[in-house]
Design a protein around this ligand. Sequence first.
Ligand SMILES: Nc1ncnc2c1ncn2[C@@H]1O[C@H](COP(=O)(O)OP(=O)(O)OP(=O)(O)O)[C@@H](O)[C@H]1O
Ligand SMILES: [Mg+2]
Length: 209
Amino acid sequence: MNADPAPPLLRVEGVTLQYRTNAELVTATWRVDVEARRGERVVLLGPSGCGKSTLLKCVGGFIAPVEGRVTLNGHPVTRPGPDRMMVFQEFDQLLPWKTVRGNIEFPLRQARRDLADATVRERAQRLIDKVGLARFADHYPHHLSGGMKQRVAIARAMAMEPDILLMDEPFASLDALTRRRSRRRWRRQSARLPVPPATSIGCARACST
Ligand SMILES: Nc1ncnc2c1ncn2[C@@H]1O[C@H](COP(=O)(O)OP(=O)(O)OP(=O)(O)O)[C@@H](O)[C@H]1O
Ligand SMILES: [Mg+2]
């Protein structure tokens, strides 16, 4: 007889999310259920405006459901936390006055004051290498392409070793050719990432190569 599978790390149960503007009430998701187990990759697929980003923001703890609940490891998600790192659609998420290395090390030092400086530096370097930016480690964001900036944002998020990595179409704001190259490159590189197998949830408007 098979043992029961591990319980889901993330449970989204009957989640309705709304925005209230001056003019109207927008229902972005209605009673959505999603489950993700440790190490799984889940993709939210749907047309523009169907609520993918809103759902990710809710899992990230930035928006509260008006109905239903979200739990991580059995605990209700009520606010953002380092156990859920998010990479946004826009590619200007980096600190412009910090280098690639600084953008990865600085938030890690702030969030994990228990880590020795050598550990922070070693972890940042490992991720810089893995996302293929070794030659650009000491460059500032304005010297990088959009796809390179997004890879820094992904490396920064992975450096936190979160339980869940939330990726909101991180390459969507690039031109079509760069987007295809960046996705392909990321797929190749992510398979080799030496970090614990974080669950990842991503968004897409369409299946693509
Ligand atoms: N800050 C906001 N205020 C009011 N309405 C919003 C806000 N953000 C999103 N919405 C609305 O919520 C709905 C879902 O938006 P959301 O950004 O989650 O869609 P999406 O599936 O991520 O779309 P896309 O594929 O274009 O990124 C849309 O109708 C959108 O207009
Ligand atoms: Mg979106």
